[in-house]
Design a protein around this ligand. Sequence first.
Ligand code: GCB
Length: 600
Amino acid sequence: MLYPITTASRTLLDLSGLWKFMIDREVQPIDPKQPLPTETVISVPASFNDQTASQEIREHVGYVWYETNFRIANPLRDQRLVLRFGSATHEAWVYLNGQKITHHKGGFTPFEVVINDYLNDDNNRLTVKLSNMLDKTTLPVGNYSESTDENGHITRRLDENFDFFNYAGLQRPVKIYSTPQDYIQDITVVPEVDLAHSSATVRVNTQVAGHFDQLKVTLLDQAGQSVAEASGTTADLTLANVHLWQPLHAYLYTAKVTGFRNNEIVDTYSELFGIRKIEVKAGQFLINGQPFYFKGFGKHEDTYVHGRGFNEPVNVLDLSLMKSMGANSFRTSHYPYSEEMMRLCDREGIVVIDETPAVGLIDSFNFDLSVLESDDFEDGTWKTMKTAAAHQQVIREIMARDKNHACVVMWSIANEAATYSKGAHDYFKPLFDLARKLDPQKRPCTYTSIMMANPRTDKCVDLVDVIALNRYYGWYVGNGDLKAAEKATRDELLAYQAKFPDKPIMYTEYGADTVAGLHSNYDEPFSEEFQEDYYRMASKVFDEVPHFVGEQLWNFADFQTKFGIQRVQGNKKGIFTRAREPKMAVRYLKDRWVRIPSLG
Ligand code: GCB
């Protein structure tokens, strides 16, 4: 799936701005053939939740409606016109001039529909109905319930099976792009690097729809100079003196594909890509032949007012803050981030672990490890969850969207699933197989493991290329006791290393809730002192373990969650506040990270 851009044969219209908006109280049916019966407007792209003073809107569970109007300039009318949603959270029904034109389920991946047949000559009314409901068939997973009162009025309730606010709406850009009627459908770029000779072969596969008599592929370097040319739907191009895409030192080439008919250009598209080699070998994670050390974060797309909505200034700031600390990477916890963020990471050389929205695949929390250790241990998870179809769909969609990104070095198939329960392997094996089959660049795959999944209890470690651990010793386990935490951290890492000597190990979460400005002479939990001590403790152990290949702490910034007695207006494990002000630990981590090389 190509990101929409303008080229010599394509244009782009942005539908960002004020849209009509209303929540559906389900009292009177809403007819998409009529203008939406409201004058309230909100801004797109953004979550709807935090854009008004209304608690009813903020906490609404059920359906909401959006509407905008647009016109198409006459010269464009003979082009193929495609309406494209960067995402619509979580399920969307789309109507154009009253007619249903598409439906999509899954709130973090793009979808599109050709609109020519539904357009009016003058004004066009675009109406979108969205559901923010989640249940045990969806990703993320939600606990959904509803009740109906004597007047037939339905109350819907959603208890998120995950620790972030269920922001929803049209959270990413909505655009219309044009292509010629015969067009380039997709481009897949697979670079093969010969490190010994500083050369590379780049295979560019192009899919077209319609009739072309020639396809020309030109590779351009970062200065825009042509460095190789070939033709055909499968083109192999050889590059000498290749500029590698390196962590924090990006270099992007362009694959420019042009389709001709009768010697005239019909369609042209330029795809940016980087050349780099990813390998997992003997307990190391290699980028371009050198051991890579992940320094960075689990994050969220989460900011004031925008909610989970696209917020490009904050994306730019976040990467700048990361770089200033010597960090080199993050994980898109717990869903695919915007395409714009992925493109920014390509440019900035930020290494990304790209995660699906598979979070909440856990039925109940059982901390009795002696029970979990039994080979037959089974909780209800894999009988209750009916998410396999959604999980396959999202793997297909994330691959289709992100396959060419240089920044993506690994896929995370799920976050904290009940991988210690019987049934987990049967659930995950086909998903890992699918991801490995679909990824043209054959990147490593992992899942991030929950504390109860340890070297003795986890039944799925054979599926992963890298062991990725989410661990909270000293916080959720033995809160405040950093001595015990240090021992537990060390014991477990050494046990993993001994049992799986070929697999690199990293932390994809570890952290402590910290109230900004709270200080303690006694280094108590929740104080900024404790957070720093916690990270010092963990770092000390990491440095002792040879196969330990990275630390991504939890979390980059404080973020909004559902209510809970452990959450004071959200999760406070950020090392930055939600407004991106640093807590004390930032200085310590910066001091540590600038001294650890990314490669070597
Ligand atoms: C986890 C989850 C993350 C939570 C975090 C926490 O293990 O993966 O979504 O926010 O713990 O702070 O509890």
